[in-house]
Design a protein around this ligand. Structure first.
Ligand SMILES: Nc1ncnc2c1ncn2[C@@H]1O[C@H](COP(=O)(O)OP(=O)(O)OP(=O)(O)O)[C@@H](O)[C@H]1O
Ligand SMILES: [Mg+2]
Length: 307
């Protein structure tokens, strides 16, 4: 089960997040990003966070620890904004917390251009997103963070924010979108330009997503977030439906595996063409000046962008 902690101090709201998560300190001396049950995204976003996040962890991807956070709105009494106060008031009780990564940086398009990502790691992340139909890992909203950014250890990619995944759980009635073999739209994926090796990821990861693993992950989701689902009598029935869907989907990976990413060679050719065009447009005296607008990336020290 997820660990349980009690929030003792409200630090600040994270206004960059659409659901306005809150940073809190807790009685275990940890600091957490809290996703509230009363947010407009609703409890299903929290269910998706637990299932996809724990799946990512089980498959060896980096994902901060999740905890259940007991939250009393009284600790955030000095929050001045009425809409945030309303969110807190609607969220008294158990909410979802994610370990706060101090100093972490969002992988923005600018950082993505200079941060080296291993194609196999990129492939694993794209594969997980395709399996869980995560529509929120795009170039402009990567929900990937670089951490740590201080000290001697180089930063790594950390996954966050899976609230928009599992879109099928909005349509349990079998209408459009709930087909386990449905293709995944990967055109704007945040790692599409890192030559993700999704075939290798599929061969490595698909056999590991067993019914037993899925059952263990679903057991982590609190009953209260699964209750009252139309068409289901109990929380365990809902859990079984998630397990059945995801297991069917992993077995039909051949139908949804996104393989049409540009290869490294194609990317290099694209880049060479772009650089050549750029040179053509330059007056003779400017042709010797290096073009730093495209992708100097690998040759530059990207760490200077993270300080
Ligand atoms: N564990 C964490 N450690 C440090 N910073 C975090 C963490 N989780 C989230 N953040 C920061 O807060 C921002 C918003 O978080 P997140 O994307 O999870 O919220 P959200 O409400 O689901 O947002 P949206 O749906 O708008 O993407 C992130 O982009 C990141 O900058
Ligand atoms: Mg986000």
């Amino acid at each position: 089960m997820l660990r349980e902690v009690t929030a003792t101090r409200y630090v600040e709201p994270l206004r960059s997040g659409g659901s306005v998560p809150g940073v809190v300190e807790a009685d275990d001396l940890g600091t957490y990003v809290v996703k509230f049950t009363g947010s407009a995204q609703g409890r299903k976003a929290l269910v998706a966070e637990v299932i996809v996040g724990e799946l990512a962890r089980a498959l060896g991807l980096r994902f901060p620890e999740l905890v259940l956070v007991h939250f009393d709105p009284a600790i955030a009494d000095d929050e001045p904004h009425q809409e945030v106060r309303g969110l807190h008031a609607a969220s008294a009780g158990v909410n979802l917390g994610m370990d706060y990564l101090p100093g972490a940086r969002d992988l923005t398009p600018e950082l993505a251009r200079v941060f080296p990502v291993d194609p196999l790691e990129a492939g694993r992340i794209v594969w997980l997103d395709a399996l869980t139909v995560n529509v929120d890992r795009t170039v402009h909203s990567s929900n990937l963070m670089l951490w740590p950014t201080l000290g001697v250890t180089p930063p790594s990619l950390w996954l966050i924010d899976h609230g928009a995944a599992l879109v099928f759980h909005h349509r349990w009635d079998g209408s459009d979108g709930s087909d386990p073999a449905k293709a995944y739209d990967f055109r704007h994926h945040a790692l599409g330009h890192h030559a993700p090796d999704v075939r290798a990821a599929d061969a490595e990861l698909a056999p590991r997503v067993t019914e037993d693993l899925l059952r263990r992950i679903l057991a982590e989701v609190p009953d209260a977030w699964l209750a009252d689902e139309p068409g289901f009598a109990t929380a365990d029935e809902v859990r079984a439906a998630y397990v059945a869907y995801l297991h069917a989907r992993v077995r039909s990976s051949a139908a949804w595996l996104p393989t049409d990413f540009p290869s490294r060679e194609e990317l290099a050719a694209e880049e060479a063409l772009r650089a050549a065009k750029n040179q053509q447009g330059r007056p003779a005296w400017l042709r010797q000046v290096p073009d730093l607008h495209g992708k100097p990336a690998a040759r530059q020290d990207w760490s200077v962008h993270l300080g």
